[in-house]
Design a protein around this ligand. Structure first.
Ligand code: FAD
Ligand code: NAP
Length: 452
């Protein structure tokens, strides 16, 4: 009886799967993990992963800090997924530019949007457009070799001492660590050569990390904070006795926050003074950035906590600084007018036949592991809709897409093309004892990897 049931399911999949085409937009963790699960749930389904850049891996390549190479090991899993006979990587194709959502819907039974959250949130305060006010996403993209951000050093002056980072998440700590780590350590990583050169000339030695709420509400996690504490020649300082009395609250906290706050409290008792300072300042909201052309300082309102919320007071204080990094989170955008984009949450909800995964779906929070779980869940939903016959109308899949791209003269990069780019980067890296030297010019990447 059980065998008969299994045989029926297999037959059902086998007859329909040949026609079942999935188009995934975005080759970051969410896109790859969704593909991995779909292959398991719908054997023989055809999956195309359409990626804007000529290279895959999204924020694993362009976000994860260069001194965290172990995190990038997920690339091995993604490579296995890409090499599956039913998965096709189509690089250098931008949804909203080379293809429209309507064309994808005509071509695929299921369209899965996995294009992440590339924009950054703004403070929306006067002075935010002054030079040397830099968004975290651009700075991170710059040191990681994101083509769109390769030139920001033209407007970035690191020949200064006092820096402010607004936001107390892990991205803020990544930026602080990159600025405070000796270049001799960074030069062994895959950080770009031009940023290494700029960082070697940096004089930044005081960094203040500003949070609008208190110590118990920080967004960063223990591993990343511990890395800051271990930085050679850097002392971590908590200002204005803001950690006083926190020890009495630790007992009532749940792990892992309990361990983090204990570590922060212990660190606040440390009186060692090193040459470089990492200052943590709580309960402050930026209200104005001072300077006429360049940043000269930041005006902050003092806040009170009401429950978990920050409440601005009339009290203010000024902080002198020469550079400001805005690290208050990322944001998704509507890249095609037909995308059912929720403007309030900047996310895309699930629809039958049109799905979203990763940061585009959940908002710009979560690590690779949580992104994986969410992508698996949505793949299950696609499988359910397939199984219920809701999205099984015959579709042309790649045949139609390749015709459309040819018509627009788009040069695509397939997986084989990416491996050529990969090899070239590794070869260039070897010359300076680095893991790789990323190519930061799209035309050059396409020259090497494109189906010309
Ligand atoms: P992304 O990784 O952003 O992938 C989206 C993909 O879509 C990109 O490849 C992009 O090029 C593509 N795309 C965008 N627009 C289009 C378009 N119009 N057409 C086609 N393709 C498009 N997590 C950890 O576990 N460990 C870490 O150390 C870590 N470090 C991080 C550091 C930073 C600075 C940031 C921002 C995040 C970090 N994370 C880390 C979190 C992790 O990167 C995310 O959870 C994960 O990358 C989200 O995956 P995603 O696929 O939704 O988005
Ligand atoms: P995040 O964790 O959401 O932190 C954003 C920070 O900005 C918070 O401190 C937040 O404070 C503050 N903020 C937001 N809006 C603000 C405003 N208008 N004014 C002042 N402050 C404001 O975001 P993130 O640092 O960009 O990280 C994104 C995700 O990637 C996170 O899930 C993170 O863990 C992950 N990541 C992981 C790693 C790693 O594992 N090593 C590295 C980097 C990133 P409030 O709390 O008050 O809103």
């Amino acid at each position: 009886m059980r065998w008969k049931c299994v045989a029926n399911i297999v037959r059902k999949y086998a007859t329909k799967s040949n026609q079942f085409h999935v188009g995934i937009v975005g080759a970051g963790p969410a896109g790859f993990y969704c593909a991995q699960q779909l292959i398991k749930i719908i054997p023989d389904c055809q999956i195309d992963i359409i990626e804007k850049l000529p290279v895959p891996f999204g924020l694993v390549r362009y976000g994860v800090a260069p001194d965290h190479p172990e995190v990038k090991n997920v690339i091995n899993t993604f490579t296995k997924i890409a090499l599956h006979k039913n998965v096709r990587f189509i690089g250098n194709v931008t949804l909203g530019q080379d293809l429209t959502l309507s064309q994808l819907k005509q071509s695929y039974n299921a369209v899965v949007l996995a294009y992440g959250a590339e924009e950054d949130r703004k403070l929306n305060i006067p002075g935010e457009n002054l030079s040397n006010v830099i968004s975290a996403s651009k700075f991170v993209g710059w040191y990681n070799g994101l083509p769109a951000n390769k030139s920001i050093h033209e407007n970035l002056n690191l020949d200064v001492e006092d820096a402010v980072i607004v936001g107390q998440g892990n991205v803020a700590l990544d930026i602080a660590r990159i600025l405070l780590t000796p270049v001799d350590i960074l030069k062994k990583t895959d950080i770009t050569e031009y940023s290494l050169e700029a960082l070697s000339r940096s004089r930044v030695k005081n960094i203040t990390l500003i949070g609008r709420r208190g110590p118990l509400q920080v967004s960063f996690t223990i591993k990343e904070f511990r890395e800051i504490l271990k930085l050679h020649g850097v002392s971590t300082k908590f200002q204005n006795g803001q950690m006083n009395g926190i020890d009495e609250l630790i007992g009532g906290l749940q792990r892992p926050r309990k361990r983090l706050i204990q570590l922060m409290y212990d660190a606040s008792k440390n009186n060692i003074d090193e040459e470089k300072k990492f200052n943590i300042l709580f309960l402050r909201t930026p209200i104005l950035i001072e300077g006429s052309e360049h940043v000269k300082g930041i005006l902050l309102s003092k806040n009170l906590l009401e429950g978990e919320k920050a409440k601005i007071t009339e009290q203010k204080n000024k902080l002198k600084c020469d550079i400001i990094f805005r690290s208050i989170g990322y944001r998704s955008i509507q890249i095609d007018p037909e995308i059912p984009f929720d403007k309030l949450t900047s996310t895309v909800p699930q629809n039958t036949g049109l799905y979203s995964v990763g940061w585009l779906s959940s908002g710009p929070v979560g690590v690779i592991l949580s992104t994986m779980s969410q992508a698996f869940q949505i793949a299950e939903l696609v499988g359910k809709h397939f199984n219920e016959g809701l999205i099984n109308e015959p579709k042309p899949g790649y045949n139609n897409i390749s015709r459309l791209l040819l018509k627009r003269n788009v040069i695509t990069v397939d997986w084989e093309g990416w491996t050529r780019i990969d090899k070239e980067e590794i070869t260039r890296g070897m010359k300076s004892n680095k893991i790789r030297e990323k190519i930061v010019d799209i035309d050059e990447m396409v020259q090497i990897g494109g189906n010309i």
